[in-house]
Design a protein around this ligand. Structure first.
Ligand SMILES: *Cc1c(COP(=O)(O)O)cnc(C)c1O
Length: 222
C-alpha cells in the first residue's frame, strides 16, 4: 500500500511537469493539492514521507479530526463551508477554496479579524451554470467583486471551479481563466486558479491552473 501512494504521487508529479512544459509553463507554478478526504491520517502521513506537504479536505468535521493527527502537512479546505464552521476551521488551514457567497466571505473576514488572521481565500465560480453546484454565477461575481475586495481581513487570491462531471471540462477551465483575466487588476491580480482533479488536471494545467486538486489518483478509489 505505502509504495503505491509513493508511486502514484511520483506519477502525478511527472504528469504535472509534462502538462506544464507542454503549455510552455514552469512546472513549479503548479501546486499539487493532494485531496485526502475519506482517507485516514496514516495515508496522509505516507504522502508526507514521500515529500507531499499540501493536502485538501472538503468537509470541516473530517478536517478537524484529521489535521491534528498529521505531522508536516499544510492544509486547504476545498469544499463548501458553512458560516457556523468558519471559526473552527480558520486556524487550521492556509486557504479556503470554496467561498461561494458574499455572506460567507464577510463572515470569514469578520471572524478572521477577531482571531488575528488574514485568511487567504479563493472565490468559487459556477462557470458551467450548473444548478447542482455551489459557486458564484459569473454575472453575480462581476457584481459582487468590488464589495468582496473591500472586506478588510480576507486576501482574495484567485478563483476556483468544479466543472460538470460529464462532458469536456476544458471549456469550463478556459472560462474560469478568461474570467480571472477580465477581473484581475494591478491591485488585485487574482493569481491563483484552482481547477483540475484526478480525471482532468492536465487539461486544467494547459488552461493555466496554479493549484490542481487530485485525490483518487493518489490515494486510490473512494
Ligand atoms: C474530492 C474533490 C477533489 C478530488 O477529486 P478526485 O477526482 O478524487 O481527484 C477535488 N476537488 C474537490 C472540491 C473535491 O471535493
Amino acid at each position: 500500500m505505502s509504495s503505491s501512494i509513493v508511486q502514484r504521487l511520483d506519477d502525478i508529479r511527472r504528469q504535472i511537469s509534462r502538462a506544464a512544459e507542454a503549455a510552455g509553463r514552469d512546472p513549479l507554478t503548479v501546486q499539487l493539492c493532494a485531496v485526502s478526504k475519506t482517507f485516514p491520517a496514516s495515508a496522509v502521513q505516507e504522502a508526507v514521507a514521500a515529500g507531499q506537504t499540501l493536502f485538501g479536505e472538503n468537509r470541516v468535521q473530517e478536517a478537524l479530526e484529521k489535521i491534528p493527527l498529521v505531522t508536516g502537512g499544510r492544509w486547504h479546505l476545498i469544499g463548501h463551508l458553512q458560516s457556523n464552521k468558519v471559526r473552527k476551521i480558520l486556524p487550521l488551514v492556509e486557504m479556503i477554496h470554496g467561498v461561494d457567497s458574499a455572506g460567507l466571505a464577510a463572515d470569514i473576514s469578520r471572524i478572521g479579524a477577531e482571531l488575528g488572521l488574514r485568511p487567504r481565500i479563493l472565490l468559487q465560480v459556477n462557470v458551467a451554470s450548473d444548478d447542482a453546484k455551489f459557486g458564484f454565477p459569473v454575472s453575480g461575481l462581476r457584481q459582487a467583486l468590488p464589495q468582496l475586495l473591500a472586506l478588510p481581513a480576507i486576501q482574495i487570491e484567485g478563483l476556483m471551479t468544479i466543472p460538470l462531471l460529464e462532458g469536456d471540462p476544458r471549456p469550463h477551465f478556459a472560462a474560469l481563466r478568461r474570467l480571472r483575466d477580465e477581473l484581475a487588476t494591478a491591485a488585485h491580480p487574482l493569481p491563483e486558479l484552482s481547477m483540475g482533479m484526478s480525471g482532468d488536471f492536465p487539461a486544467a494545467i494547459s488552461e493555466e491552473a496554479t493549484i490542481v486538486r487530485v485525490g483518487s489518483a493518489i490515494f486510490g478509489g473512494r
